[in-house]
Write a protein that binds this ligand. Sequence first.
Ligand code: BEZ
Ligand code: FE
Length: 308
Amino acid sequence: MDSRINQTKLIATEDDVTPTVLAAMEDTSDPRLKEIVTALVRHLHAFIREVRPTEAEYEKGLQILNTIGQQTDDAHNEAVLFCDVLGASTLIDLINNDGMQGETMSALLGPFYRGSAPECSFGETIARSETPGDPLILSGRVVDVNGQPIAGATLDVWQASPDGLYENQDKDQADFNLRGKFTTDSDGRYLIRTVKPAGYPVPTHTTTGDLLRAQNRTPMRPAHVHFIVSAPDCKTLVTQIFADTQDAMVNDVVFGAKDQIAGNLRLHEAPLDEYPQDQAPFYTCVYDFVLKPGVPSFPEPPIKGKVS
Ligand code: BEZ
Ligand code: FE
């Protein structure tokens, strides 16, 4: 379509709108901004032509956008949640992280990453207050795509309590409960003590919940632990390790589960020589993270703190 068509004429018909709007944007100086916004206009207008919303529907759509903003605060990020259940976050994730160099597959960040978690020593527990659930020992190595261990890699880890809430959603959990930052030893090894995660529903008291109910969809996420694994000269890996059934993973409300990041949890009914201080029963999960070469970068935390 020639975006300069109609440049000197006023809009007269439906067909005049898109070329006129694109022509108005022709002088955008940042080429990437120009590419993004002109594509947005083309696709938005095509969407409107396909759906042909009524004025009342348009008003409702704008109201939803405003409400998503109003429902976002320091402890809740409705925009992230809404995009997650539309599959947009997973699509962006896979466009930017295709796993083609043998690196560990990524998974969406989600709305509950707080950043600035306390530094933890090798093997420390991230259960900082009374937390229900079976003990879980997570261990493994961080390696490069050639299998070489990466010493001094950072694993920023967070998960929901088995009662289904992240600490930022729950006044009864200690600040930063089930969150911590670990460093690999000289062999690239990490060791994290925590509790076995459970599947949980995403928050449903806001706009996203209204949509899920209207679509007769489950709000459930399969049980998982989040990780941001980083090291110098490596692309930062944002991922989740899953601890649930195939069925629960297939039905993940945010489409984040992948086979390659399914953890293999084992139940131990008797003590293990490797962990003499841990009372059975407990679970273990061994998972090696593979980082590919790249420049480290870190996501902006979608939330800052706890509910007050
Ligand atoms: C999460 O795993 O924390 C999450 C991801 C997307 C939406 C809601 C929660
Ligand atoms: Fe989560």
